[in-house]
Write a protein that binds this ligand. Structure first.
Ligand SMILES: C[S@@+](CC[C@H](N)C(=O)[O-])C[C@H]1O[C@@H](n2cnc3c(N)ncnc32)[C@H](O)[C@@H]1O
Length: 267
C-alpha cells in the first residue's frame, strides 16, 4: 500500500469511537435514518449532477439505448435520480448498492414513483461489486468518509464503469462530515479527535493507486437544516437525558461547513 493510502487509513482509523464510550451508547452512533435520505422530487442542480448527466448523455448517445447508472452507498438514491432530471432523461436503468436494507427500500420506492427500471444490491462495497455488474455511470456520494481501506473501494468503482463513454462521479465533503462535532467530543467525553482525512487525501489515493488524474470541483451547497440536539446526542453516544446540555453546547460550535467536492474520472 502506498503512502497516500496509508495516510487515509490512519486518519480514518483515528475517527473510531473508543470501545468504552460505544458500549455505553444508547443507540448506534453511525447508522443513518433512511427517512432522512428520501430524494427530493426536484434534485439540486449541482456540479455532481451536471457531471453525471453529461456522462449519461454521452453514453446514451453512444449506445442508442439509454444509460445505466450505478449508485454506490445510494441511500435513497438522490445521486442516481438527479441524473434522470430534467426530461428527456438519458437514464434507462438505475442500480442502488447499500449495506442498509431500509435505504434500499427508499431507493426502490423512489425508482417506482419515477417509473425508472431499477435493481438493488444489499451489502458492503466492494464485497458485492460483482453482484452490481458494470454500468455507464457510477455515482458515489458521501460514502468515502465511511471507508478505511480506500484503494479496493476506489478500484471497484473504477472497474464498475464501462467504457468508452462512461465514468465515475464521487461527491464528498472536504473533511469528515462529523468533524464539526469534534469540540463536543472534548466537551462531553474529554476526547481529542485527530485531524480528519480530506478530499485532497482521497484524490491522492486515486492518483497513487489507479494512476487517475480526476477533474476536481470545489463548490458550495445550500445550507442543510441544522441537525437537532437529538441527532447530535446520538452521534456523541449520549442519552436523551442530556439533550438540554447538548442543545447549549451546540450553540458554542461553528455551524457545519457548506462546501462540497465533486471528483470525476473516466476509466
Ligand atoms: C451519508 S449516506 C449518503 C447516501 C446517498 N449517497 C446520498 O448522498 O444521499 C451514506 C450511505 O452509504 C452507505 N454505505 C456506507 N458505506 C458503505 C459500503 N461500504 N457499502 C455500501 N454502502 C455503504 C450507508 O449505509 C448510507 O446509506
Amino acid at each position: 500500500m502506498g503512502a497516500a493510502a496509508d495516510r487515509w487509513r490512519e486518519l480514518q482509523s483515528g475517527r473510531g469511537i473508543p470501545e468504552h464510550i460505544r458500549r455505553a451508547a444508547p443507540a448506534d452512533p453511525w447508522t443513518h435514518r433512511a427517512a432522512d435520505f428520501a430524494p427530493p422530487a426536484e434534485p439540486a442542480d449541482t456540479p455532481s449532477r451536471a457531471a453525471a448527466r453529461a456522462l449519461a448523455e454521452r453514453a446514451a448517445a453512444w449506445s442508442c439505448a439509454g444509460a445505466s447508472v450505478l449508485d454506490v452507498g445510494c441511500g435513497g438514491g438522490d445521486a442516481a435520480f438527479a441524473v434522470a432530471r430534467p426530461d428527456p432523461s438519458p437514464v434507462a436503468r438505475v442500480v442502488g448498492v447499500d449495506r442498509q436494507a431500509d435505504m434500499l427500500a427508499v431507493f426502490a420506492a423512489a425508482a417506482h414513483e419515477r417509473g425508472i427500471p431499477y435493481g438493488t444490491v444489499q451489502g458492503a462495497w466492494p464485497d458485492v461489486a460483482a453482484d452490481a455488474d458494470r454500468h455507464d455511470v457510477v455515482v458515489c456520494h458521501h460514502v468515502l468518509h465511511n471507508v478505511v481501506d480506500l484503494p479496493p473501494f476506489l478500484a471497484a468503482l473504477h472497474a464498475a464503469a464501462r467504457g468508452p463513454a462512461g465514468g465515475v462521479v464521487v461527491e464528498m465533503l472536504p473533511e469528515h462530515p462529523m468533524a464539526w462535532l469534534d469540540p463536543l467530543w472534548r466537551h462531553f467525553h474529554d476526547l481529542d479527535r485527530p485531524p480528519s482525512a480530506t478530499a485532497d487525501d482521497a484524490v491522492a489515493v486515486l492518483r497513487e493507486e489507479l494512476g487517475v488524474e480526476p477533474e476536481v470541483r470545489n463548490w458550495t451547497r445550500d445550507r442543510r437544516l441544522p441537525h437537532d440536539a437529538g441527532w447530535v446526542a446520538r452521534r456523541l453516544c449520549l442519552p436523551a437525558s442530556r439533550l438540554a446540555e447538548v442543545e447549549s453546547a451546540l450553540a458554542t460550535v461553528p455551524p457545519r461547513r457548506t462546501d462540497a467536492v465533486t471528483i470525476v474520472w473516466s476509466p
